[in-house]
Design a protein around this ligand. Structure first.
Ligand SMILES: [Zn+2]
Length: 329
């Protein structure tokens, strides 16, 4: 079983479609909401396998293997890798391909990946088929959110969701596949519930760098005039690097809190134990907790269009101010 199939099988989405299939009541269309961009297409294929494979997505049969390679005659995955969705492309599917009888299977599946990128004309083309679906056709869409989909489209698709997974669950799924367990643990925290990001994060040196950077900042920052220096470094980061820094900082702060609580066994970055102990002594628990809250807000803000300079300044000020305040108490 591929990792993506393992995670898919844990979802309410998987159980819902399995139930629909057993009851002989497959919906004519499903919308799979998935914030795990790296695996969005693979989750969509897992859904196609669940619908089409006689064993409910075994991963081993001819249909499953061909769906995986995107060459199964009765399952079309649109757009092709590297291409874009166009109204013309959708039109060919809905006005021609949907009316071709299935060749091998009892059903034809049309999968549209990245459906949030469909423009209004493309959605309107699709809408006609969603309103009057031909027999034996199932249309499945994946999207990272439904904000850009027309209400008329949303109301005609059965909604499914790929949740964010707890880091512990992600770790146990990948344990044994990667040599460096400590790095894997950090990566499972940094991926924010998206197992699809684990492999690339593990391969990326930025993870170890980000952890080192966070530890050094916490050890060395002292006065408010230091903020300009650290903030200057943070605003030079790309959006992704900044987000990785925030996530790494959350893990490091939690490690320091574990040490303060005497829960050394729960510390993830044990290679940095000495520095973490120094941090646990330098900052009051209340200050670290307030800082953790500020980081949580910053992490949420980095997913939108937040101003990186303001965010960087805000978290650094929070850190120093809170520590000052708690030391006086
Ligand atoms: Zn199969």
């Amino acid at each position: 079983m591929k990792p993506v199939e393992y995670f898919f099988a844990k979802t309410a989405a998987f159980r819902a479609v399995t139930g629909d299939k057993k009851a002989g009541k497959l919906s004519h269309s499903y919308l799979l909401l998935c914030r795990d961009e790296a695996w969005a297409r693979d989750y969509l294929k897992a859904l196609a396998k669940l619908i089409m494979c006689e064993k409910g997505g075994c991963g081993e049969c001819r249909a499953c293997k061909l769906i995986d390679r995107e060459v199964y005659a009765d399952c079309e995955i649109y757009p092709r890798e590297g291409e874009k969705i166009t109204a013309e492309g959708i039109d060919i599917i809905v006005s021609e391909k949907c009316y071709v009888k299935p060749l091998e299977s009892s059903i034809r599946v049309f999968a549209v990946a990245g459906a949030e990128k469909m423009n209004v004309p493309a959605q309107n083309k699709l809408l006609k088929t969603l309103e009057e679906p031909p027999a034996n056709v199932c249309i499945i869409l994946s999207a990272n959110g439904d904000h850009s989909l027309l209400p008329t489209v949303k109301s005609r698709v059965k909604r499914l969701e790929i949740p964010l997974f707890p880091s512990g669950e992600i770790y146990s799924a990948f344990e044994g596949r990667f040599a460096d367990k400590e790095k894997l643990k950090t990566v499972c925290e940094l991926c924010d519930g998206r197992p699809g990001d684990v492999e690339s994060l593990y391969a990326c040196d930025a993870v170890s760098t980000a952890v080192g950077e966070c530890v050094s900042l916490l050890v060395n920052i002292k006065k408010s005039r230091d903020i300009a220096y650290y903030s200057g470094k943070l605003i030079k980061k790309t959006r992704d690097e900044f987000a990785a820094f925030i996530s790494a900082m959350r893990v490091v702060v939690r490690d320091a809190l574990f040490i303060q609580e005497g829960m050394e066994n729960s510390v993830i970055n044990s290679a940095k134990k000495e520095e973490l102990e120094e941090i646990a002594l330098k900052y009051r628990q209340g200050a670290l907790l307030s800082f953790a809250e500020a980081l949580k807000d910053a992490a949420a803000a980095t997913e939108g269009y937040a101003n990186q300079t303001m965010l960087a300044d805000k978290i650094l000020f929070t850190l120093l101010e809170e520590n000052y305040r708690w030391q006086k108490l």
